[in-house]
Write a protein that binds this ligand. Structure first.
Ligand code: AMP
Length: 239
């Protein structure tokens, strides 16, 4: 168990990990590649990936009450209310699959969400190891999002230019026709970036003040970014 920093509340820790687990947050604008890197880090270090976007899309797809509530916010590129996503994440963190740690992808996205996360972690007697801030130019973000195609069935993602599927419009993994996410349309992209600037960007400072922030240049290819990230996070892996 790590010692707590006296300065910050909830009590976060600075310094190297203790090798018991990896508990990290991936922060960054939509389209910076957080989800792809979260998949790879989760697979490499045997930790759970918790993506609120994936959880919400699954709820929409299966038409749960929560999904029906979330859909209109998501289609317009707005944020789903804090209470809904906080509840989802709290439930996931209690799952045994998080025993080795977790990568939170797309959560927290607002200061109240970050505070709620802090409270949940304190109640479990655990702390965050690192918050990785993925950085890519605005131009690249728009290019990445507008060319993205996803599989509605297995959630695999492709890109028309950078990572095309082998057969045009068909998922390599499960053969399902690929779709453009409704929130990857241009108007929704603009809205999502505006929401990011207003509500999520303040978290950079929030976590920097808690000495958890790791700035990550994510403008390179997937393998290059993964190499750097993996090097940084290796110190937190379970032993
Ligand atoms: P993402 O796949 O992370 O880009 O998320 C897709 C959409 O799901 C977002 O544009 C939001 O509408 C919603 N969403 C995902 N995560 C959150 C969150 N932490 N808080 C509020 N809404 C979220």
């Amino acid at each position: 168990m790590k010692g707590f920093s006296a300065r910050a509340w909830p009590p976060f820790v600075d310094g190297a990990g203790d090798g018991e687990s990896m508990r990290v947050v991936f922060l960054g604008a939509p389209g910076v590649g957080k989800g792809t890197q979260a998949d790879r880090i989760a697979a490499q270090y045997h930790v759970a990936k918790i993506s609120t976007g994936d959880l919400l899309r699954e709820a929409v797809r299966t038409r749960t009450t929560l999904g029906l509530e979330a859909k209109s916010y998501m289609d317009q590129g707005g944020l789903v209310p804090d209470a809904v996503v906080i509840g989802l994440v709290r439930e996931k963190l209690a799952d045994p699959s998080c025993a080795n740690g977790f990568v939170l992808d797309g959560f927290p996205r607002t200061v109240p969400q970050a505070e709620a996360l802090g409270t949940v972690l304190v109640s479990k007697g655990i702390t965050l190891d690192r918050v990785v801030n993925f950085q890519v130019s605005r131009e690249d973000v728009v290019r990445r999002l507008s060319g993205r195609r996803s599989c509605p069935k297995c959630q695999a993602t492709f890109h028309l230019d950078f990572a095309p599927s082998k057969m045009d419009g068909i998922c390599d993994r499960c053969g399902e026709p690929l779709v453009q996410r409704s929130d990857d349309r241009r108007e929704a992209i603009e809205m999502r970036l505006k929401v990011y600037d207003e509500q999520t960007a303040p978290l950079v400072r929030y976590y920097d003040e808690r000495q958890l922030l790791f700035p990550m240049d994510a403008s390179g290819g997937v393998d290059v970014v993964f190499g750097h990230l993996s090097q940084e996070l290796a110190q937190y892996q379970a032993i």
